[in-house]
Design a binder for this molecule. Sequence first.
Ligand code: PEP
Ligand code: MG
Length: 558
Amino acid sequence: MITIQGKGVSAGVAAGPLYFYQRAKSEIVRTTVADVEAEWKRFKDAQAKAIEQLGALADKARAEAGDEAALLFETHQMMAEDLDYEEAIEEAIKGGTNAEAVVSDVRDQFAEMFANMDDAYMQARAADVKDVSNRIIGILTGAVQGGIDSDVPVILASDDLAPSETVQLDKSKILGFVTEGGSGSSHTAILARTMGIPAIIGVGDQLKKEYAGREIIVDGGTGTAVLEADADTRAHLMKKREEQLKLQEMLDQLKGKENVTKDGHKVRIYCNIGNPEDVHNVLKNDGGGIGLFRSEFLYLGCDDFPSEDYQFEAYKKVLSDMDGKEVVIRTLDIGADKQIGYFNLPQEENPAMGNRALRICLNRPEIFRTQLRALYRASAFGKLCIMFPMVASVWEVKEAKKMCEQVKKELDNEGIAYSNDVQIGIMIETPAAAVMSDRLAKEVDFFSCGTNDLTQYTLACDRQNNDLGRFFDPHHPAVLRLLKMVTDNAHKNGIWVGICGELGADLQLTETFLSIGIDELSVSPRSVLPLRKKVIETNVAQVRDKLLGDLASDQTPV
Ligand code: PEP
Ligand code: MG
């Protein structure tokens, strides 16, 4: 028996064979070639195929998002046959090295050269040359698909998983996650909680490749994983699983009950989801609505920009399945840890503070417009609220609202139906938005506090960095005071305010949130009933003065 200790980020006990995630990759083997002419032809064929693929992508982008989106792929086409690039490749192949190794070398040389230039436009070409070269290498090698190649469900092990990898996994094959790295606020941990799958992160080098295929039991509550457990340990963990199932049965009795405190304060408990299939879990756990649909996961699940129709169908399904209950769909929140290759964003020193979320949407309006059209078309099928992420300034909100008006006008002209009752809201995730919330409240119908990012930016503490430990403290009075200030400003202006960051499900703070006057808490589906239990047990009148007093001093209320 081997015990592995990490950090539990999604509770529950699961047992199954340990399986190591196979990352999608192009194997590049360096060889010496005798027939250099044949090798050069192999490169030219792959280059031609890449140019053909990029042409098809440009056509598709033009049809769906206009000329500006197509331009990107056309630039990549030009880069693929750039004379200097081609000459560097020809010289190395004719020196006797195989094509894929040469393209990989030339990619790195050119990317470094671009990255070192003074001009920002030229620096951004580094990402382009990498993208084009990787496409050619993929054609030359026949890229290996990532994922789970197993007939039975597994406990999935990995160094770490990017959100784009997590979102493309076949969830029916996953019983649990164990990762070497990661952090509790990362999107992979958030996805695990949304799916209700036990997960442990940060086990480091305790996880060895030779363990593959052996039985492992993970306890996502304590962060312990046990390989080939002895009889006693197995019995203990299985008993724990039984108890959890019993607790769930008890919580199930709360379905259909109101979220109301002993002294009559009501709060709406909604759910966070990442894709339309998660609605099943929302309804199963009696979520009152959807407080955050992270729409970027639709984009992360695609190999290319999702079309307006594709998005429309996804949003329509969520709205129809929720059957008239409120659904808050957040517009694209790409960037930071959620990177998507086909966006071709330049590499950044500080991606969390870089070109992300609403900034990308305002800079690349063709992408934003496609999403807004899909959203407004879907609004005819339910109760839609649109929410913009990563707001820092009032002008950003005004510009985004203007885009909404333009889209509505377009739909009017085309005779396409949409609801006139769509609420527009913003996430409060930056200290700037919190400080400006008195002004921002005049522009929108609601606020939803993204405490994952609000903690990160307020405390200057990277949410992805597990080593920061106690310094990343969402209970910090600075974060809680901002939440109170935002709530007061929202209510003064007659709008509602929610929390959709992970903190919303933190039962140690439920009394504080109720005392502050938060109107809505949006949590992973599995957290709905435990939170309802806590609300029902709370008496706000009894705790309010003490908790608000703690906030006014420098005490954390818990
Ligand atoms: C947040 O920042 O709290 C939030 C809900 O958004 P995300 O976790 O997707 O960044
Ligand atoms: Mg966020």
